[in-house]
Design a binder for this molecule. Structure first.
Ligand SMILES: Cc1ncc(COP(=O)(O)O)c(C=O)c1O
Length: 390
């Protein structure tokens, strides 16, 4: 049967029909009053989603572009940065920083484990080193399903007001609270194909007044991603270069949907999806890759022992048209990842877990009683429907 694809990967994520339909219009001129109106409204909506008064700028790029812009606009060659590395994306920001000639100190943890906030404190306070200019950290490490404690790390950074906090919120924004102002985050990058419930193509960078101050003296080369240009044009509700206008229609609609749901409901839905998924996976006797106290609400990584992760994914895709993600780099074949980010509902989790059970049975995996996973997920979901529960 065609057109029954169910996306359970951590991006691109499913897109609501009204967002898809919003894009099905003629593009309009990006210097027109009509575009300006959309730009004004989405800029307000982005501040709401980021819980900030800071600028939130919109780029034609993916999440990596947001992070590249968020790094190169505020630093100079040779500047010392601490980069949290406990997965593919942390490693990417270390490599990106090195590519631009920054001096990188990695603050590392094993893949599958969270970064230790105390390690940042120690690295910030290490004696006799070149002063640290920025800390770069990935909030939800999508490659492993680990949620890093950005709140605790940012807490330590308050004692170092000269240091910029640059956060990859690509799979946390729109899934878990990222209170940019409360935590004092200077630069926050994200991408449209995740919690925004939109197709890929737009990237977002929130920039604090402190970061704008650093921008004035930063000398790394920048042109297309010169955020000063975006800020200047945003004051006129415009963009410096031709934007993907139809994606702005989508953003406009998706922000309306997100506002309609409300921040509290969005975050508790993701929390519930995570808890239901993890309960189901455990009930199936499959080991979870990330610990309970550092599990991302956007994605659950599973490390099966007696059954092949890639075979599970193949059967899910072939028999049920459900896409789950595989492991990346050295985790390829060792884990599979269930995305529950963005436009994902309780029903999607129940369906995906039922299909996972069927796939496991087809592969001859014996470590569970049929129905156990669905029962565990349903238990979490129905528990949350009781009066007084979230
Ligand atoms: C945590 C995280 N950071 C960065 C990225 C990179 O985003 P993109 O592929 O949109 O460039 C991703 C993509 O999955 C991600 O999950």
């Amino acid at each position: 049967m065609d057109n029954k694809l169910m996306l359970m990967i951590p991006g691109p994520t499913p897109v609501p029909e009204s967002v898809l339909l919003a894009m099905a219009q003629h593009p309009i001129g990006h210097r027109s009053g009509d575009f300006g109106k959309i730009m004004a409204e989405v800029s307000e909506g982005l501040k709401w989603l980021h819980q900030t008064q800071n600028d939130v700028l919109i780029l034609s790029a993916s999440g990596t572009g947001a992070m590249e812009a968020g790094i190169i606009n505020f630093l100079s060659p040779g500047d010392h940065v601490l980069v949290g590395c406990n997965g593919k994306f942390g490693d990417r920001w270390a490599a990106l920083s090195q590519a631009y000639g920054l001096t990188v100190t990695k603050v590392s943890a094993e893949w599958g484990q969270p970064l230790n906030p105390d390690d940042f404190k120690a690295a910030l306070e290490a004696e006799g080193q070149q002063p640290v200019k920025a800390v770069i950290v990935t909030h939800s490490e999508t490659s492993t399903g680990v949620l890093n404690d950005v709140e605790a790390i940012s807490h330590y950074l308050k004692a170092h007001p000269q240091v910029l906090t640059i956060v990859d919120a690509v799979t946390s924004l729109g899934a878990i609270s990222v209170p940019v102002d409360e935590w004092g985050l200077d630069v926050v990058g994200s991408g449209s194909q995740k919690g925004y419930m939109m197709p890929p193509g737009l990237a977002f960078v929130a920039v604090s007044p402190k970061a704008w101050n650093a921008y004035k003296t930063a000398t790394l080369p920048r042109f297309y991603f010169d955020l000063g240009k975006y800020r200047k044009d945003a004051t006129k509700n415009s963009t410096p270069f031709t934007p993907p206008v139809n994606l702005f229609y989508a953003l406009h609609r998706s922000l309306q949907l997100l506002k309609g749901e409300g921040l509290h409901s969005i975050f508790s839905r993701h929390q519930r999806l995570k808890t239901a998924t993890r309960a189901a996976v455990q009930a199936l006797g499959l080991p979870l890759f990330a610990p309970d106290d550092a599990a991302s609400p956007a994605i659950t990584a599973v490390a099966p022992h007696n059954v092949d992760a890639e075979q599970i994914r193949t059967v899910l895709k072939k028999r049920f048209d459900i896409a789950m993600a595989g492991g990346q780099d050295h985790l390829k074949g060792k884990i599979f990842r269930i995305g529950h980010l963005g436009f994902v509902s309780d029903r999607d989790i129940l369906t995906a877990i039922a299909a996972l059970e069927a796939a496991l049975q087809e592969l001859g995996y014996q470590g569970f009683s049929p129905g156990a996973g669905v029962a565990a997920a349903a238990g979490v979901i129905s528990g949350s429907m009781k009066p007084g529960a979230n």
